[in-house]
Design a protein around this ligand. Structure first.
Ligand code: BES
Ligand code: MN
Ligand code: ZN
Length: 507
């Protein structure tokens, strides 16, 4: 989908050729002018058919004096970014099956950068369709979104950032949605390599079973030993800043299918365990956006990718393995595999002397029970890092909620047969999983995002959400010490001379 900006002028909007014109109207919006659109709005208001509550739609066809075939008046409440998001989602959903290729979307006069970003993300989300494994794909109808804003120049940076974010979200959705047989560890590694190819300052290295064995990743290898599909350890690097700047490391759980292994899962809804690489997909998505935006930042992405299947060679409950850190682990439940692949990736992260490490994982059903699909679970050993991630989540409308890490929660992980067990009891399952990971994250500031409830939707709307790409990207860009570079400037190693630096950073 393409985006562009046009001026917010009702006379011009009426003349603008498009398949549909959506006007977002905040509370008290008046149709003051004498132009065709204002007249139409005033009439709708006078007759009581206009409702400015966020998301309320009034659709009309062939309005006198308006070039666009369809006109949608959509309420956007107080005009905040959150209400704009809701309104745009409703409008684009209402037009989803209509033959609308080019949509003009007029934001309220007061909308700032945050409103532009909210509108772009909501429109992309509501019009997204998955097609990859369809034999007769029906591609997305919406091709062009023209945003009408009060100040076109002041909105350019926000649009560039939002458009990159959309590309990241859609790459994450694509890979998470793909079935397990179309998204093997090998496929994921190829996707990561393709992503980095030809992008300045970005590279990708892929380790296979031999290299992983050499590194001593016994926990990761134990999960992968029940399948014929070879594991992959993907290392993505984006070096947008000076070497001296410590990188942020993102670690994404990449279980391309989680059957549970010998501790096998029930059959109902097991198909959804193809989404168990959503953390990995979010890392790919963030790198996609970094490739677009070229911020002055160093970022490492680590993806331990494998299947969790039961066979004659599979790891068994009670087996003890040695992790890369040297700690031994008693695998009491082979379905608690995410923490096993992540713990070795966390140890690997030490070599980058990171500023912070954030792991992203569909780790526990318990987190889904605790927080549902609204907020991801956030665990962190650092108050500052937790704050930064929470703030990024609020700004990006990609929410998380901090959970506790008291040492008492680790009691259940004690065992007589190894340094640690991979599961505790049923109580506080999301927290005990985080406590397990924390044992491997002692050498840096660390945060863990449990996205089990937020990475995909079940039921009729089954599909990946692309979360938490907006949260992660916002966090990273907020920590960038200088303005983003343009692709060109980054290639020459020079910072861009931004005309209005910092103006659009807050979004
Ligand atoms: N991938 C699952 C977590 C999951 C389950 C996410 C359902 C979303 C929906 C993870 O590998 C897992 O199986 N966790 C177990 C841990 C348990 C054995 C301690 C769980 O949550 O049941
Ligand atoms: Mn599992
Ligand atoms: Zn899993």
């Amino acid at each position: 989908m393409n985006f562009d900006l046009i001026p917010l002028d009702r006379s011009e909007l009426a003349r603008h050729p498009a398949d549909a014109l959506v006007l977002l109207l905040p509370e008290g919006a008046a149709g003051a002018g004498k132009d065709a659109l204002s007249t139409f709005i005033a009439q709708a208001q006078a007759s009581g058919d206009l409702d400015t509550q966020a998301g309320k739609c009034l659709q009309a066809w062939k309005v006198a004096g308006v070039a666009a075939r369809r006109v949608l008046l959509v309420g956007c409440g107080d005009g905040s970014a959150a209400r704009i998001r809701k309104a745009v989602a409703a409008a684009v959903t209402a037009l989803r099956d209509a033959p609308v290729k080019h949509l003009v979307l007029a934001l309220p006069e007061t909308a700032a950068s945050a409103g532009v970003q909210a509108a772009v993300l909501a429109a992309a989300d509501a019009s997204y369709v998955y097609t990859t494994t369809q034999s007769k794909p029906e591609p997305r109808k919406l091709r062009q979104l023209s945003l009408a804003v009060a100040d076109v120049e002041a909105s350019r940076d926000a649009l560039a950032r939002a458009s990159a974010m959309v590309q990241g979200v859609e790459l994450a959705k694509e890979w998470a949605n793909r079935p397990g047989n179309h998204a093997t560890p090998t496929h994921l590694a190829q996707a990561a390599q393709a992503l980095a190819k030809g992008v300045s300052r970005m590279r990708c290295e892929v380790l296979g079973p031999k290299e992983v064995e050499k590194l001593g990743m016994g926990a990761f290898m134990a999960v992968a030993q029940g399948t014929h599909e070879p594991l992959r350890f993907i290392v993505l690097r984006y070096d947008g800043a000076d070497k001296a700047q410590a990188p942020v490391v993102l670690v994404g759980k990449g279980i391309t299918f989680d059957s549970g292994g010998i501790s096998i899962k029930p059959a109902a809804e097991m198909d959804e365990m193809k989404f168990d690489m959503s953390g990995a997909a979010s890392v790919l998505g963030v790198f996609r956006a970094l490739a677009e935006l070229k911020p002055a930042l160093n970022v490492v992405g680590l993806i331990p990718a494998c299947e969790n299947l039961p066979d004659g060679r599979a790891v068994k409950p009670g087996d003890v393995v040695t992790s890369m850190s040297g700690q031994t682990i008693e695998i009491l439940n082979t379905d608690a595999e995410g923490r096993l692949v992540l713990c070795d990736a966390l140890t690997y992260a030490e070599r980058f002397k990171p500023r912070a490490v954030v792991d992203i994982a569909t780790l526990t059903g318990a987190c889904m029970i605790a927080l549902g699909g609204v907020r991801s679970g956030l665990f962190s050993s650092s108050d500052a890092l937790a704050r930064a991630l929470q703030d990024a989540g609020e700004a990006a409308h990609d929410l998380c909620w901090r959970m506790p890490l008291d040492d008492d929660y680790a009691e259940g992980l004690k065992t007589r047969f190894a340094d640690v067990a991979n599961v505790a009891g049923r109580a506080a399952g999301a927290v005990t999983a985080a406590k397990f990971l924390q044992r491997f994250a002692g050498k840096f500031d660390w945060a863990h995002l449990d996205i089990a409830g937020t990475a995909w939707k079940s039921g009729a709307a089954k599909g990946a959400t692309g979360r938490p790409v907006p949260l992660l990207l916002t966090y990273l860009l907020n920590t960038a010490p200088t303005e983003p570079r343009t692709a060109e400037a980054a290639g020459k190693g020079k910072a861009k001379q931004a005309s209005n630096p910092a103006k659009n950073r807050a979004a």
